[in-house]
Every structure is written in structure tokens, then in C-alpha cells.
Write a protein that binds this ligand. Structure first.
Ligand code: ZN
Length: 199
């Protein structure tokens, strides 16, 4: 016996495919939405579609944006001489929350991982190298403190060494094996302040 109509079951199924959403939560959200007016549900769906349609990547830092140049890159009060390299757009949000960093970012969209067959060309390293001109003094590598994050940091240090820029690595104020997105603001602020030069 089917508990729900086919379309309701399909809706619950879709919600439960989202990260961190179990069957129970999916059911709750689905029934909540079905209890809303058609206008409200349409507005909700439209918001999702708009976010997806407008999504692009900043031409400079590769972060998710809905403009060609994101707000951080376009902000003249951010120091263009310091670039913080992160794995994921969510890391930018975490570091921004620490209020400790006033430079600009570069989002790699991944890390080098021989075991998962992710090579240097598969992440946005070329774009990083292209940004290193005379105006950049320091590149802070804030990839996660995992084996892959460390491998990527070492690769970046070697890659940028001939370009005469200081490459530093965030300090181990962060738990080893930990992800930047789960770190609290104080830990992140300390990790940034205690970074060490690696090249
Ligand atoms: Zn940008």
C-alpha cells in the first residue's frame, strides 16, 4: 500500500536526496510546502531557479558569484597584495566570518588527490598563477589540514616559488584532518594569524 500519492512521494524523495536531510525531515518540509499557497510555493521554486540561473564564477578569484567580478574582488578596501587560497566557496564564508582577513581569495574548487584521480589541471591553479603579478606579496594557502590539502599546499609552494611571491600556510590551530568549514571563528582567526611561510 502506498502511503502517499505518487507526486508527494516524489517530492519527499527529492528532499531526502539533499545533504543532511533524512526521511523524516524531508517529509516535514514537503508537507510544510504543500500547506503553503501556490504563490508562496512558486516564489520558493523561483528563488532556487534564479540562484542557479544567475550563478557564475568570479573571473578573478573563481568564487561563486552572480557578477563577473565578485564583491570581494571589486572592493577597493581589500588588499590585492594578499591572496588566500581555499578549496571551496564555503571556506570563503567561514574565513570572512573570522573578520581576520582583509585580502582577496582564490577558490580552487577541489584539491589535488592522486587516489581520487584529481590532478593539478583539474582544479583552478592556472587561474591562480595568472594572478601572480608584481602587486601580489603573499599567497596564504588555507586548504584543509588533510593529506590532500597538504599535498596541494606543497604543490602550490613549488609552483609559485619561481614567481617571487611569499607562500604561507595557515597554522595548525585547526584540528588535523579538520575541514575549514567546520572551524569556529576564533580557531580560524588564530590559524590565519599563526600562518608560516612555506616558500
Ligand atoms: Zn572574486
Amino acid at each position: 500500500m502506498a502511503f502517499y500519492s505518487e507526486s508527494v512521494a516524489a517530492l519527499i524523495e527529492k528532499f531526502s536526496s539533499l545533504p543532511g536531510v533524512g526521511k523524516k525531515s524531508a517529509q516535514r518540509v514537503a508537507f510544510y510546502l504543500l500547506g503553503q499557497s501556490s504563490e508562496e510555493v512558486e516564489a520558493f521554486a523561483e528563488t532556487i531557479l534564479n540562484a542557479k540561473r544567475n550563478l557564475c564564477f568570479c573571473k578573478v578569484c573563481q568564487n561563486m558569484s552572480d557578477k563577473e567580478i565578485c564583491d570581494v574582488c571589486a572592493n577597493p578596501s581589500r588588499d590585492p597584495g594578499v591572496i588566500c587560497v581555499v578549496e571551496d566557496p564555503r571556506d570563503v564564508v567561514s574565513i570572512e566570518r573570522s573578520l581576520e582577513f582583509h585580502g582577496r581569495y582564490h577558490v580552487l574548487h577541489g584539491v589535488i588527490s592522486p587516489s581520487r584521480n584529481i590532478r593539478p589541471d583539474d582544479i583552478r591553479l592556472k587561474e591562480l598563477v595568472a594572478r601572480i603579478d608584481g602587486s601580489v606579496r603573499e599567497v596564504i594557502v588555507a586548504t584543509n589540514l588533510t593529506v590532500e590539502g597538504e599535498t596541494t599546499a606543497m604543490y602550490i609552494a613549488k609552483l609559485l616559488a619561481p614567481l617571487g611571491v611569499t607562500v604561507s600556510r595557515i597554522a595548525h590551530g585547526l584540528p588535523v584532518g579538520g575541514d575549514i568549514i567546520y572551524a569556529d571563528e576564533i580557531t580560524l582567526a588564530k590559524a590565519l594569524a599563526g600562518r608560516t611561510v612555506i616558500s
